[in-house]
Design a binder for this molecule. Structure first.
Ligand code: AMP
Length: 411
């Protein structure tokens, strides 16, 4: 199938050709026709499948009727809500690329950065707004964002939105848009909670599933290292010196862990950078750019910070900490071995993570080969260390004490 068969208009076809895309990806083939048909869609597709173009192209075509409105009379006709700033920026870049030969204007709003330039852009008039929930609601409250004219509403990475606790914000945003609109929901996976959300905001949606083919996992060399927790950093350094080469993404579970590992790698002479939720927007973007351009070869990230970011040509992923959810393991390692290349995934498993490996292997239906030849083997009989829960920091009994305290994000 070609993009022409999908009945996309000439300005879009020209931009697609310039992007070097020969043919639509599977998700594009399946999403573009129903979206052009103004249907509601719920789609499971991961980053790397071409899903952004899957909704951006038909949205641009649907909005092209009133594209010549004078700039200041432009109304926000499509709203795309994204969980993270990096992903929002990436989506906007996609829209700008595909809209190159149209008069449609898009812009992006996200927190952690100065609000004034974003207000100026809104005042100038845009057709498509990409935003993270917090800043969007903030600017709406201040009357700079008017969502009364939204025709197409998109929720991207819905599962991550829910994991990040954005459920109430999403529902609020959806209600700020007109009742009669087209709604699209994209999610890497569709667990029950996403389905519930979809049921509450999408009427009679068309369901599209583009789950990764098994072949994408089989094109990745997976290796498992059992190692005591205290030796993980040494083993990681050992692997970087001897085994893992090229552009490497290292996953850690917590922000603290990311910072700690970054410091150690820098001290050992590696060019490394990191992204996590506590870093400023500009620091995160700089780190990403340095990694994308190859200036640094090692990027350390939490799952939430790295989700949805399109980093191609990755040679290896190191799971410094194992994820407790098998789908997260699949997302992580799926970032290597793309487009016919052989990727590599190295997982460091301590005694307390053995149960995670069991679940992961069941989910991928593969026994991950174990590498025993390394300097820090784990005693096979080692039992996980159980930390006793300490008492609450907050005094019990006082009405309201601690209950309203905002939970600090650890990702
Ligand atoms: P996404 O899943 O939207 O993050 O897209 C992943 C990558 O695929 C991006 O770098 C896109 O530029 C690229 N891409 C999107 N559609 C196509 C296509 N039809 N052919 C080749 N690459 C594409």
């Amino acid at each position: 199938m070609s993009f022409k068969d999908l009945k996309l208009n000439k300005p879009l076809l020209k931009a697609i050709a310039e992007s070097g895309y020969d043919e639509p990806t599977l998700i594009q083939e399946r999403c573009i026709p129903p979206i052009l048909d103004k249907k509601n869609v719920i789609a499971s597709a991961q980053t790397g499948t071409g899903k952004t173009a899957g909704f951006a192209l038909p949205i641009l075509q649907l909005l092209s009727d009133k594209q010549d409105a004078p700039k200041r009379q432009k109304k926000i006709r499509s709203l795309i809500v994204s969980p993270t700033r990096e992903l929002a920026v990436q989506i906007n870049e996609n829209f700008k690329t595909y809209a190159k030969y149209t008069n449609l204007r898009s812009s992006v709003l996200f927190g952690g950065t100065s609000i004034e330039p974003q207000i100026d852009i809104l005042k100038k008039g845009i057709d498509i707004l990409i935003a993270t929930p917090g800043r969007l609601l903030d600017l709406h409250k201040q009357d700079y964002v008017n969502l009364d004219h939204v025709e197409v509403f998109v929720l991207d990475e819905a599962d991550l939105m829910l994991d990040m606790g954005f459920i109430d914000d999403i529902k609020k945003i959806e209600r700020l848009c007109p009742t009669h609109k087209q709604s699209l929901l994209f999610s890497a996976t569709i667990p029950y909670k996403v389905e519930q959300l979809a049921n509450s905001i999408l009427a009679e949606p068309i369901r599209i599933d583009v789950t990764p083919e098994n072949s994408s996992i089989s094109s990745i060399n997976q290796v498992l290292y059992y190692v005591p927790k205290r030796n993980k950093i040494e083993l990681c350094l050992h692997l970087l010196r001897n085994t893992v080469k090229g552009r490497i993404l290292i996953f850690r579970r917590t922000k603290f862990g990311v910072d700690k590992l970054e410091k150690t790698l820098l001290k050992n002479g590696y060019k490394a950078d990191s992204i996590h939720g506590d870093k400023s927007q500009s620091d995160r973007q700089t780190a990403l750019n340095k990694f994308k351009t190859g200036y640094v070869k090692i990027l350390i990230a939490t799952d939430v910070a790295a989700r949805g970011i399109d980093i191609s040509e990755l040679d290896a992923v190191i799971n410094f900490d194992l994820p407790s959810v098998p789908e997260t393991y699949i997302h992580r390692i799926g970032r290597t071995g793309r487009a016919g290349n052989i990727g590599a995934a190295f997982s460091l498993c301590s005694a307390d993570e053995k149960s995670y490996i069991k679940k992961i292997q069941e989910a991928i239906n593969v026994q991950i080969p174990i590498e025993t030849e390394h300097p820090y083997p784990l005693d096979p009989k080692a039992k996980p260390i159980v930390h006793k829960k300490k008492g609450s920091k907050y005094k019990k009994g006082r009405k309201g004490s601690g209950s309203k305290k905002k939970k600090k994000r650890w990702y």
